[in-house]
Ligand binder design. Structure first.
Ligand SMILES: [Fe+2]
Length: 440
C-alpha cells in the first residue's frame, strides 16, 4: 500500500469511526446513559426509511455489540486492590516540581502537559501526541480513559505505541485512573500501564515507575495533586451504567493526603487538583463527593483540571453545595476522541454567581455519511515560574486562551490576567459571563 493510500485509509477509518455516532454517544458519556434520549433519537434518525434488515446492519455497523462484548468480557469479577505507597521506603508519591531536581534554586520554568481522554488510538490522538512532543515539557499527565475498557491489550494499543504512543515528558509521565480503566477492573491500568511510566531525575536517570493512581508534584510555591476518582466510579455491573457511583476518593488516598502531603497543614502553596471526573459541570452531572472530601482538608480555592467530558470549557470560582469547596474548574477532556459534543447547550445555573465562562463549539469539519460536525481536539500546558503559573489552552493549530496566576499570601490563588487569543464567535463566552470571571 503506497503512502497516499495508507493516509486515505487512515482518514476513511477515522471518518467511519466518527460516523458511528450512536455507539460513541453511548460509551463516551461514561456509559451512564446521561444522554439516552439523544442516543435514541440518533438511532431513530439513522434508521428512518430503512428496511428491518438495513436497520439491523446499521446497528451492527455502529459496533454496539463490540462494545458490549468488551464490557461483558472484562467487567465481571473482583477489581484490583488499590495500591498505595506504604510498601516503598524510597517513594511516597511526592516528587519535585522542578526542571532539574539537583538544582532546586535554578529559576528554570517547569512545564507540564495535561491531556484528557486521549488513549483512543485515533488519528486525533496521534495528532495531539505530536503537538505535545513538540512542546518538550518536563511532565506529561494523562487525565484518564483508555478505550474501550482499558484492558492490557488496549493499553498497549492505544497508549503504548500500538496505534498511538503517549508522549513522554523529560522528567516523567503519569496516568490517572478513570471509569474506562475500571470497566476492566483496573487490570490493564494497575498491573501493566503504571509500570510502563517513568519518573526521572532530570538527568535522564530513572527514579521510579508510577506505583499508585495518585501522586503529587511539589515545590516551594505549588502543589499539583493527581487524584483517583476512577476507582469508585464503578459499582454493580450494568446497573452502574444507569446509576453513576459517586467517584469518591479511596480512604488510602485520603490518608496519604493527610499524612504525607500534609494538605491540611499547608498554608503557603497554591493548590492544583487533577482528576478524571468533573467536580462540577454545566453540560453533564458533576461528581461533588471528591470535592467534599478535599474540602475537609482545605479551605482556600483551588484550580481543578479534569477530563471525562469531551470538550474544552472553563469555569469561574464555583462553590460546591456539598462541602463548600471553591474551585476554578477547567475541562480538558478533548484529547483523543473526535469531538462531537459541539452542539451541546450548557445548562444555566441561576443560583451560582459564577459558573461556566467559556466553551468551544467551533466546527473543525464534517465527517461521514451523516455529515456529523466535529470540533477541535486540544490540551493544556502549565508553565511554573516561581510563584507564577501560566496556563495555555491549545488546539491542533494554535493557543486559544492564556491565563496567568500567582500564589499570594496563605497560598491563595490570584488571577493576574486572561487573554482569548482566537477571535471566533464559536469560542463562546457564556451568557452573562465575562472572560475575567474565570480568574476572579
Ligand atoms: Fe470517563
Amino acid at each position: 500500500m503506497n503512502k497516499n493510500m495508507e493516509t486515505e485509509t487512515k482518514l476513511r477509518n477515522s471518518e467511519q469511526y466518527v460516523a458511528k455516532s450512536w455507539i460513541r454517544k453511548h460509551w463516551k458519556r461514561s456509559m451512564g446513559l446521561a444522554h439516552g434520549k439523544t442516543q435514541k433519537e440518533l438511532f431513530r434518525e439513522a434508521a428512518k426509511g430503512k428496511t428491518i434488515l438495513n436497520r439491523a446492519i446499521d446497528f451492527l455497523d455502529i459496533r454496539v455489540f463490540k462494545w458490549i462484548y468488551h464490557y461483558l468480557k472484562s467487567r465481571f469479577g473482583s477489581k484490583c486492590e488499590f495500591p498505595d505507597y506504604t510498601p516503598f521506603k524510597d517513594d511516597n508519591g511526592i516528587y519535585a516540581l522542578l526542571a532539574t531536581p539537583s538544582k532546586p534554586d535554578a529559576a528554570e520554568p517547569v512545564r507540564i502537559s495535561l491531556v484528557g481522554d486521549w488513549a483512543t488510538g485515533t488519528r486525533e490522538a496521534h495528532g495531539i501526541a505530536e503537538f505535545v512532543k513538540k512542546d518538550s515539557v518536563h511532565f506529561t499527565i494523562h487525565l484518564g480513559d483508555i478505550y474501550y475498557v482499558g484492558t492490557k491489550f488496549e493499553v498497549k494499543d492505544n497508549m503504548l505505541g500500538g496505534k498511538a504512543q503517549w508522549p513522554l515528558g523529560s522528567r516523567g509521565s503519569f496516568a490517572l485512573n478513570a471509569n474506562h480503566e475500571m470497566y476492566a477492573r483496573g487490570k490493564g491500568y494497575f498491573k501493566y500501564l503504571l509500570s510502563s511510566l517513568d519518573i526521572r531525575n532530570g538527568n535522564g536517570g530513572m527514579l521510579h515507575k508510577q506505583r499508585a493512581s495518585f501522586f503529587c508534584l511539589k515545590n516551594e510555591h505549588w502543589l499539583v495533586i493527581g487524584l483517583d476518582t476512577g476507582y469508585h466510579s464503578i459499582g454493580i455491573p450494568i446497573l452502574e451504567l444507569i446509576i453513576n457511583p459517586n467517584a469518591r476518593l479511596h480512604s488510602k488516598l485520603m490518608e496519604w493526603l493527610c499524612k504525607d502531603v500534609l494538605l491540611q497543614d499547608d498554608k503557603q502553596r497554591g493548590v492544583i487538583l487533577l482528576s478524571h471526573h468533573q467536580y462540577y459541570s454545566q453540560f453533564e452531572s458533576g461528581y461533588d463527593k471528591p470535592a467534599s472530601q478535599i474540602a475537609q482538608l482545605l479551605n482556600r480555592p483551588v484550580l481543578w483540571f479534569w477530563g471525562h467530558e469531551h470538550r474544552y470549557a472553563i469555569y469561574g470560582r464555583y462553590t460546591t453545595k456539598r462541602g463548600r469547596l471553591q474551585a476554578y474548574g477547567r475541562c480538558v477532556g478533548h484529547g483523543g476522541l473526535p469531538i462531537e459534543d459541539i452542539e451541546d447547550k450548557p445548562k444555566s445555573c441561576r443560583k451560582c454567581k459564577v459558573g461556566l465562562v467559556l466553551y468551544d463549539r467551533r466546527e473543525r469539519t464534517r465527517v461521514g455519511k451523516s455529515q456529523t460536525p466535529v470540533g477541535y481536539n486540544g490540551y493544556a500546558n502549565l508553565i511554573f515560574e516561581g510563584k507564577r503559573l501560566t496556563v495555555e489552552y491549545k488546539d491542533t493549530k494554535q493557543t486559544l486562551v492564556k491565563e496567568k496566576w500567582e500564589v499570594g499570601d496563605g497560598g491563595v490563588l490570584k488571577g493576574i490576567s486572561i487573554e482569548q487569543l482566537v477571535d471566533d464567535d464559536d469560542l463562546v463566552i457564556h451568557e452573562g459571563s465575562r472572560l475575567e470571571d474565570a480568574i476572579t
